[in-house]
Design a protein around this ligand. Sequence first.
Ligand SMILES: Nc1ncnc2c1ncn2[C@@H]1O[C@H](COP(=O)(O)OP(=O)(O)OP(=O)(O)O)[C@@H](O)[C@H]1O
Ligand SMILES: [Zn+2]
Length: 580
Amino acid sequence: MARHLITSAIPYINGIKHLGNLVGSQLPADLFARYQRARGHEVLFLCATDEHGTPAELAAKKAGQPVAEYCREMHAVQAKIAEGFRLSFDHFGRSSSPQNHRLTQHFAARLADRGLIREVSETQMYSPTDGRYLPDRYIEGTCPNCGFDSARGDQCDNCTKQLDPVDLINPHSTISGATDLEMRETTHLYLRQSEMRQQLQDWIDSKADWPVLTTSIAKKWLNDGDGLQDRGITRDLDWGVPVKRGDQDWPGMEGKVFYVWFDAPIEYIACAQEWQEAGKGPAPEPGADKDSVWERWWRTDKGAEDVTYTQFMGKDNVPFHTLSFPVTILGSGEPWKLVDYIKSFNYLNYEGGQFSTSRGRGVFMDQALEILPADYWRWWLLSHAPESSDAEFTWENFQTSVNKDLADVLGNFASRVTKFCRSKFGEAVPEGGAEGAREAQLIDDIATGLAEYERQMEAMEVRKSAAALRALWVLGNEYLQEVAPWTTIKTDPETAAMQIRLGLNLIRFYAVISQPFIPDACAELLAAMQSEGADWPDAAAAALHALPAGHAFTVPDVTFRKITDAEREEWQTRFSGRRD
Ligand SMILES: Nc1ncnc2c1ncn2[C@@H]1O[C@H](COP(=O)(O)OP(=O)(O)OP(=O)(O)O)[C@@H](O)[C@H]1O
Ligand SMILES: [Zn+2]
């Protein structure tokens, strides 16, 4: 049994996420977690809300709430929606947790002790109109790298370059639009990333199996221009992890907090601590410390040396996970688990433009669940995951795929087989008849298809996995169409019984292997086949004979329904505007 630590990029707290956020991180992470669990491996799947920084402060202000309260409520909202999409987190934590505060301050102390933090006195943008220092994201201007005219102070969305606000040409406040920004003198801590450039380079070079999207972004920031730059990790803000050196005060840093991108990835570790402290993990071994439960996942000196750690994220998060966070981990000199594989995604766009939280553009997770069950979305999003390039959601494409793959192929198969059986043989697997060459061929094809599906799932090739799964469904449909038990029964009821017996077994088989993609439908199908708790198939031949003659079943109530043209048009109109 292998051990898999899996994390999804942690969604920011300032609102409900859109379908792009979902497919760019949480959903494929869930697919992988469900698959590894189904294969009998030990999995710890963690996600959390990313709660610090100015956008949270401003969102709270807009909602008329204190920021801590706003975050608590929004965390609950996001947790509930995640449940609605059946995201199977072992724990959905919070970057504002006391565990993350302590751990962030601990890492800062270690890095400082090891000479990887320096103090920099710098000038920073202060906005008299807004009455505050302006954090990176609230300053926009022209990117010095590519000339894009609405680059943010922390990063250019056009060329992905990490920026500092003072780099921008013609900066202005995005809170008030003020251009009368003044530079004020303030001291900040910088993480000396440049010291570790070679070590990071060697590490990235050793990852020949990583997606090119991941390594190309990492290499770009390691090598472009003057190479990897040191990075400010503190901010003049109220809301965040107070700057401390472990549990000691940090002279000169009073009233400052750590930069959100410094504490957010540390939450991956703190989240495991939250999981254990919430009593969700196993009990510690007799005589062992309670921390041993989470440390077994995160400390290579305490049992994590056999853990495989995989991270999922959208492309804009890659620099922080390939460079900044590894500097924190490696620079600490402590035996923390370093990521083994980073699966990154391009962007999903919406009907000819971008999904955007700030502009309220696209379909948001809560709205999606209001109109259709989670499985419909899961299937479409995963089968169209933006892997090798950006992808686009259109209502036409959504309607076509759902109707074709789910309703016409899988749903239709399950419904035809069970209904036909009920009407001709009753609600139990029929007996009689012997399999022939056509069945041997089918079983052979299923075995080959299953191996291909498993290969793609292991490789985290999301679209190819979906295609391989769909191909398995198609094999069943083709078989049924070809042997036509509804015709066979007229002349040879024994053979028809055998064909239907195989069909019922195929339904059970599909329900077991499709569960990582469409868990609710699979649970219903397994319940209908009275096979709850069925294991992943070792071999296709055995799996397709698991239900013996006489085994009772029921006709599943719900398989998949088709999306009508009227619905599609209605949704197209309803989601064309701006969400406030
Ligand atoms: N359109 C998209 N397609 C795929 N992944 C995306 C998209 N937009 C954001 N992501 C990813 O979603 C995850 C969660 O993002 P986060 O909550 O930080 O929002 P964000 O990056 O600020 O996006 P937005 O401003 O559009 O909400 C990140 O891994 C990010 O890379
Ligand atoms: Zn740029």
